[in-house]
Design a protein around this ligand. Structure first.
Ligand SMILES: Nc1ncnc2c1ncn2[C@@H]1O[C@H](COP(=O)(O)OP(=O)(O)OP(=O)(O)O)[C@@H](O)[C@H]1O
Length: 269
């Protein structure tokens, strides 16, 4: 579905000299339809930069990006826009993901309108929105409200409904639950996993929290300073980490705090 081959990204260090800083270095991975790759690493290691490359919001300095079998590394923005219909990103701060002046119904329907899937306010559009809020666990009364009139968890459910509205093939979830309480995080992650079973999208799930990544990922890639240090099946990486860096990440993990997240993986599988 989505594949990165030897992708690197560097930026000029300053406006005077020719020196560059390498943010992402020779990263390769592939995510199949219906599969989640968890990307874990410390703050500033290049995770978001990698997410932007995978969705072609930015171009890599070198390397190749393949989406749905096609090379999208250098395709024109107009062509990428068509493909982006099937690529969605969920960011950390749910409040900023929705326009505060647009009611939840219209925010959920917006992408379908942009891509002319249904007529605005048509019965088909209403039916689809109703279907989507049932999947994410929102009530009809929430649809008339503005984002500021919902809790953080409810807003993130609305974001998920919007993301699912156009049958995505690839979702990047960049710390989508880190601003939420642990029990609310667990609910959102469970919805994401359940929706993935139905919609079969590939998912790159980014977090600095191993408990969250473990709850949703089939495989994990551990990143540090722009490099993937190790990757593999979730339980194998967690049970037998190969690098000191990953071991240190694991040491922070096993606390009662995350038991609730552990349950997510068990309940959905
Ligand atoms: N456009 C840019 N120009 C120069 N440097 C950049 C640019 N974008 C990001 N960086 C730098 O790249 C590094 C990695 O940033 P990135 O946001 O990818 O990290 P991250 O792992 O997602 O961090 P966090 O978990 O804190 O969000 C940072 O040092 C950042 O300052």
């Amino acid at each position: 579905m989505i594949e990165l081959v030897d992708v690197s990204k560097s930026y000029r260090k300053n406006i005077f000299g020719g020196q560059r800083t390498e943010i992402v270095k020779d990263v390769s991975f592939r995510i199949q339809a219906g599969e989640t790759l968890g990307l874990i690493g410390a703050s500033g290691c290049g995770k978001t930069t990698l997410a932007k490359i995978a969705t072609r919001l930015i171009k890599p300095t070198t390397g190749q990006i393949k989406f749905d079998g096609a090379d999208i590394t250098t395709i024109k923005e107009a062509d990428m826009r068509k493909k982006r219909q099937h690529v969605q990103i969920m960011f950390q701060n749910p409040e900023s993901a929705l326009n505060p002046r647009i009611k939840i119904y219209d925010s959920i329907a917006e992408i379908m309108r942009i891509h002319k899937i249904h007529q605005k306010n048509s019965s088909e559009e209403r039916k689809k929105v109703k279907e989507l809020i049932e999947i994410v666990g929102l009530q009809e009364e929430h649809l008339l409200r503005y984002p500021g009139e919902l809790s953080g968890g409810q807003v993130q459910r609305a974001v998920l409904a919007r993301v699912l509205s156009i049958d995505p093939k690839f979702i990047v979830a960049d710390e989508p639950t880190s601003m939420l309480d642990v029990s609310v995080q667990a609910q959102i992650l469970k919805i994401l996993k359940t929706a993935q079973k139905e919609y079969h999208f590939a998912c790159l799930f980014i977090s600095h929290n191993i408990g969250v990544v473990k709850a949703v990922s089939d495989r994990i890639a551990v990143m540090n300073e722009g490099v993937i240090l190790e990757s593999g099946v979730t339980d194998e990486v967690i049970d037998s980490p190969k690098t000191e860096f990953t071991k240190a990440l694991m040491n922070n993990y096993y606390s009662d705090f995350y038991v609730e997240l552990d349950e997510v993986g068990k309940q959905v599988s």
